[in-house]
Write a protein that binds this ligand. Structure first.
Ligand SMILES: Nc1nc2c(c(=O)[nH]1)N[C@H]1C(S)=C(S)[C@@H](COP(=O)(O)OP(=O)(O)OC[C@H]3O[C@@H](n4cnc5c(=O)[nH]c(N)nc54)[C@H](O)[C@@H]3O)O[C@H]1N2
Ligand SMILES: Nc1nc2c(c(=O)[nH]1)N[C@H]1C(S)=C(S)[C@@H](COP(=O)(O)OP(=O)(O)OC[C@H]3O[C@@H](n4cnc5c(=O)[nH]c(N)nc54)[C@H](O)[C@@H]3O)O[C@H]1N2
Ligand SMILES: [Mo]
Length: 758
C-alpha cells in the first residue's frame, strides 16, 4: 500500500503544525505498518524515564513527561520499527539484488524488518541466509587481511552509548581512526565552529532556558517536521510574549503556527499559537550577511547611544571584539542586501528585537551547517550572541538542534575520526594497547577513498551511507569494487544493494525491543541535543528470534577479528551492559562518573558544559569573535541560469527512510519528484506548473550529473533558489562541494541548472 500517485495533488495546506492534521497523519501511518494496538501501547512509553528514548530526533526529553510525550514523526518512527512486516529469507530468495536496486527507497523499507543474517551470493545475485557464527568467522577472517587504513567504520547516529563505545574501541584496536559518523553530514560544522569559538563542540542551552528567554532567533531548522517536540517550548514561549524571529528561505508551517495536539481546548476550539513574530525569507546561503546585518545594527546602536552591548562581558570573557566591530561597521547595507536577498529594513527590524531582548537563544539546523561556508554561519551566530552576553546565562545560549537520537552521544564516547578528540592515552592505559594516532577518514574522505580505490572495506553500524552521501551516481559504481561491505541494520535499504565482492547484512534489535543477555534484561543510554543522558529500556518482543543486539554484533565481529586481549572483556560486556557503562565511566570520569546510578534520572543527567559556565576553553582562553572573509555562504558565484538547489526533507521521511509520498505542510500529495520554484524564476525560465524538467550539475569540476523527471511546482522561494527532496537529489551533489574545515556536504546550496524535457 503506497500513497504514491501518478496524478499528484498540490494544494496549499491551510492547517497549523500539530493539531488534527498530525493526529490524522499518525492514524494513517499506523495501520500501514500493522500492529496498531502494540504501537499505541509503546507510544505511551516513549521518552519516559522508565520507557525508551524515541528513535527519531535528539530533542531534549523533559523530566515531567506528558502522558503522550511523542510527536507525529516520533510516532511514525516507532511504528516503522514495530511494523508487522518482515523481509525474511524467502523475500531475499525471491528477488535478485539487481531487481531490488530498481525499487524505490520507500518500497525497500516497506518490506519490513530484516529477520536473518544474510550474505551476498554473486552467482545467483541474491542475499541468502547464513548462520551468525559463519558470518562472524568470515567477516573476521576478511578484516584480518586488510591494511587497517583501508577499512572504514561508519556509524549512523542511533546506536546507544554502550554500543558506540565498543565500536569505537574496536576500530582503534583494529588500527585506525576511520570512524566517520552521520554527524559528518550534519552538525560537524557545529562541532568545529563552536569548539573553536566557545571551547565546547555542543550547544549551551538547556530546556529550561526556553522558559526564560525573551527572544529566539531561529535559523534554518524545520521544527514542525524534524523536531516537533521543540514546538511545545516554542509555543509556551510565544504565548508568554517571547519574540521568535525566523530566517528561512521557505515558509515552514511549524514556524508559523502550531496547535498542540495534547491540549484539548486548543484542539476542540481550533485554537492555534502563532510561532514566529517575524519571518524572513533569506536566500539560501544568505545567513552570514543576515547575521552581519544584525550585529552591525547592534554595534552601531551602541556607538550612538551606548548601553546596547554587554561591554563588561566582552571585556572579561571575549577576544577579538574590536576587529569584529570594525568589520561590522565597514560592511555596507548594500552588500548585506545583495548577499542575503533581504531588505535592510527587514534585518534592522529583527535587529531591534535583538537589542531590546534581555535573554536570547539562537537556534539553528541544517540551514546553517550544510554550506561551503557553514562554519562562518555558525561563527556569526556566536558573534551575535556574544555581543549582548547571550552565552552562559539563564534564558540565553546557542542551540544547535541535532539530528539522530544519539548522534551527539556517539561523539561523546569516541566515535570520531579526529584522534585529538578521543582520550587515546587513557584508552592506552585502560586497555594496554597503542591506539592509532593518525587522523582517520571523515565521510567525504571515505567517499574519496572509495572513488580512488584506497578504501577497500566498509562496516556500517546502521544508516544508509551510500544513499545519504553526495554524488550517488559516481559513488555507486565505485562502491561495487569494494572487497567487503558489512551492514548492521534493521531494514533493507539501497545502500545494501550495491554489494562489495563479499557482503553481509546483519539484522539487529531496535531500541523499542527487549534485549536479554546473560545477566538478564538490558537497558541502554543516549545523549540528547542538550547534553542530557537518558536510560532506555526496550519492551517489545523482538521482530525475529534470530536478531542480535547491536552490542552483541559489534562484540562478535571484534572477537572474530582481533587477537584476544584480557583487558577488553567483550563477552562480559555483552552479558551485562552495566559493565560497558563502568568502562565508559572510567574512560570519561568527568562526564560519566556513576553512570549506572544516574542513567534513569528524570529528564536525564546533565553532562555539564564549560561554556555555559563562561569558562571558554579556546586558544585565547576567551570566547572568540571572528571576522568572516565573505558574506555569501554558498561558495560559488551567481551566474545566469545557475540556481541554488536546497535539498529538503519532507514531513513524511526520516532521512533516507521514506514513510510516504505526502509532504503535508508543503501541500504535496502523492509524489516526491518535485521541483519547487519561485514564481519569478518560473516566469523568467519560461516554466509552467506541472512541467517535467531535469536538473544538471553546474559545479566547477565539470562532471556531468543529472536528475530527470521532476515536476515543477510554484512555491514561495527567494529568487535564484529552488528545492528538491533528499536523498533523490544527492546525485547532483559533488563530493568536493562541502563545508571547508568541517567537510559537511553543502546540501543546502548545490549549484544546478534547470533543463526542460526535450
Ligand atoms: N521527521 C524527521 N525528523 C528528523 C529527520 C528527518 O529526516 N525526519 N532528520 C533528523 C536529522 S539526522 C537531522 S540532522 C535533523 C534535520 O533537521 P533540520 O535541521 O530542520 O534539516 P532540514 O530539514 O534539512 O532543513 C532545515 C531547514 O533549513 C532551511 N534552509 C535551507 N537553506 C537555508 C539557508 O541557507 N539558510 C537558512 N536560514 N535556512 C535554510 C530549509 O528550508 C529547512 O526548513 O532532523 C532530525 N529529525
Ligand atoms: N542531500 C542531502 N543529503 C543529506 C542530508 C540533507 O539534508 N541533504 N542530510 C544529512 C544528514 S543530516 C544525515 S544525519 C545523513 C543520514 O544518514 P544515515 O544516518 O546514514 O541514514 P538514515 O537514513 O538515517 O539510515 C536509515 C537506515 O538505518 C537503519 N536503521 C534504522 N534504525 C536502526 C537501528 O536501530 N539500528 C541499526 N543498526 N540500523 C538502523 C535502517 O536500515 C535504515 O534503512 O544524511 C545526510 N545526507
Ligand atoms: Mo543529521
Amino acid at each position: 500500500m503506497t500513497d504514491r500517485s501518478d496524478t499528484p495533488d498540490f494544494t496549499p495546506y491551510a492547517g497549523p503544525a500539530g493539531g488534527w492534521g498530525s493526529l490524522r497523519s499518525v492514524a494513517e501511518i499506523l495501520p500501514r505498518e500493522g500492529n496498531v494496538v502494540a504501537v499505541s501501547r509503546e507510544l505511551l512509553r516513549q521518552n519516559k524515564t522508565d520507557g525508551f528514548a524515541c528513535v527519531s530526533c535528539a530533542w531534549s526529553k523533559p523530566a515531567n513527561a506528558h502522558p503522550a510525550e511523542f510527536c507525529e514523526n516520533g510516532a511514525k518512527a516507532t511504528a516503522w520499527e514495530l511494523t508487522s512486516r518482515r523481509a525474511d529469507g524467502d523475500f531475499f530468495t525471491g528477488h535478485s539484488v539487481s531487481e531490488l536496486l530498481g525499487w524505490r527507497d520507500y518500497d525497500l523499507e516497506q518490506q519490513g524488518r530484516l529477520t536473518e543474517p544474510l550474505r551476498y551470493h554473486a552467482a545467483t545475485d541474491r542475499y541468502l541466509p547464513i548462520a551468525w557464527e559463519t558470518a562472524f568467522a568470515e567477516i573476521g577472517a576478511e578484516l584480518q587481511t586488510f591494511d587497517p587504513k583501508s577499512v572504514v567504520f561508519y556509524a549512523s547516529g542511533r546506536a546507544s552509548l554502550e554500543t558506540s563505545y565498543m565500536y569505537a574501541l574496536f576500530a582503534r584496536l583494529y588500527g585506525n581512526n576511520n570512524l566517520p559518523d552521520s554527524s559528518n553530514m550534519c552538525h560537524e560544522t557545529t562541532s568545529v565552529a563552536l569548539k573553536k569559538r566557545i571551547g565546547v563542540p555542543v550547544g549551551t542551552t538547556r530546556l529550561e532556558d526556553f522558559d526564560h528567554c525573551d527572544a529566539i532567533f531561529f535559523f534554518g531548522q524545520n521544527v514542525g517536521s524534524n523536531s516537533p517536540r521543540l514546538l511545545h517550548p516554542l509555543r509556551s514561549a510565544a504565548k508568554r510574549g517571547c519574540m521568535i524571529v525566523t530566517f528561512n528561505p521557505l515558509i515552514e508551517r511549524g514556524l508559523e503556527r502550531f496547535t498542540n495536539p495534547q491540549d484539548p481546548v486548543e484542539m476542540l476550539t481550533g485554537g492555534e499559537t502563532r510561532i514566529s513574530s517575524q519571518y524572513h525569507q533569506v536566500r539560501a546561503g544568505g545567513d552570514i550577511a543576515v547575521l552581519m546585518g544584525l550585529c552591525k545594527y547592534a554595534i552601531e546602536a551602541d556607538d550612538r547611544t551606548g548601553g546596547i552591548l554587554d561591554h563588561a562581558f566582552i571585556a572579561e570573557h571575549c577576544h577579538g571584539f574590536d576587529a569584529f566591530a570594525a568589520a561590522a561597521r565597514a560592511t555596507t547595507w548594500d552588500a548585506i542586501e545583495a548577499a542575503s536577498g533581504l531588505d535592510a529594513d527587514a534585518i534592522r527590524a529583527a535587529g531591534e528585537v535583538y537589542v531590546t531582548a534581555k535573554a536570547v537563544i539562537g537556534v539553528y539546523g541544517m540551514g546553517l551547517t550544510q554550506h561551503v561556508h557553514g562554519i562562518e554561519n555558525v561563527e556569526m551566530m556566536v558573534n551575535l550572541l556574544l555581543l549582548r552576553g547571550n552565552i552562559g546565562r539563564e534564558g540565553a545560549g546557542v542551540c544547535p538542534v541535532r539530528g539522530h537520537s544519539n548522534v551527539q552521544g556517539q561523539r561523546s564516547v569516541g566515535i570520531t575520526e579526529k584522534p585529538e578528540l578521543a582520550p587515546l592515552d587513557k584508552l592506552k592505559e585502560q586497555y594496554g594497547f597503542e591506539p592509532p594516532r593518525t587522523k582517520g577518514l571523515n565521510t567525504v574522505e571515505a567517499c574519496e577513498g572509495v572513488l580512488d580505490g584506497s578504501v577497500r572495506a566498509f562496516v556500517g553500524l546502521g544508516g544508509n551511507f551510500l544513499r545519504a552521501i553526495p554524488d550517488t551516481g559516481r559513488m555507486e559504481p565505485a562502491w561495487a569494487k569494494l572487497r567487503l561491505t558489512v551492514h548492521v541494520a534493521t531494514k533493507l535499504n539501497r545502500g545494501h544493494l550495491v554489494p562489495g565482492e563479499v557482503s553481509y547484512i546483519l539484522p539487529c534489535l531496535g531500541r523499542t525491543e527487549r534485549d536479554v543477555q546473560a545477566t538478564g534484561r538490558q537497558s541502554v543510554s543516549v545523549e540528547d541535543s542538550t547534553s542530557c543522558i537518558h536510560g532506555s529500556v526496550g519492551e517489545r518482543g523482538p521482530a525475529s528470534e534470530h536478531l542480535l543486539s547491536e552490542a552483541a554484533i559489534v562484540a562478535a565481529i571484534a572477537q572474530a577479528t582481533l587477537p584476544p586481549n584480557p583487558k577488553v572483556p567483550w563477552a562480559a560486556w555483552v552479558g551485562d551492559y552495566g559493565k560497558v557503562r563502568d568502562a565508559i565511566a572510567e574512560t570519561y570520569p568527568d562526564f560519566f562518573h556513576d553512570f549506572n546510578d544516574r542513567m534513569f534520572t528524570p529528564g536525564g543527567f546533565y553532562k555539564g558544559n564549560k561554556a555555559r559556565d563562561r569558562h571558554f576553553e579556546t586558544a585565547s582562553g576567551k570566547a572568540e569573535f571572528s571576522v568572516p572573509a565573505m558574506l555569501d555562504a554558498a561558495g560559488f558565484d551567481d551566474a545566469p541560469g545557475r540556481f541554488r538547489l536546497i535539498t529538503l526533507r519532507s514531513n513524511d521521511q526520516f532521512n533516507t527512510t521514506v514513510y510516504g509520498y505526502h509532504d503535508r505542510f508543503r501541500g504535496v500529495k502523492g509524489t516526491r519528484d518535485v521541483l519547487f520554484v519561485g514564481p519569478v524564476d518560473m516566469a523568467e525560465a519560461g516554466l509552467a506548473e506541472g512541467d517535467i524538467v531535469s536538473l544538471t550539475s553546474d559545479h566547477k569540476d565539470g562532471v556531468a550529473r543529472r536528475l530527470d523527471g521532476l515536476r515543477v511546482h510554484a512555491y514561495a522561494l527567494p529568487k535564484g533558489c529552488i528545492g528538491a527532496y533528499y536523498p533523490e537529489a544527492n546525485v547532483l551533489m559533488p563530493v568536493g562541494h562541502h563545508a571547508e574545515q568541517s567537510f559537511v556536504p553543502a546540501a543546502k546550496t548545490v549549484p544546478v541548472r534547470i533543463e526542460r524535457a526535450a
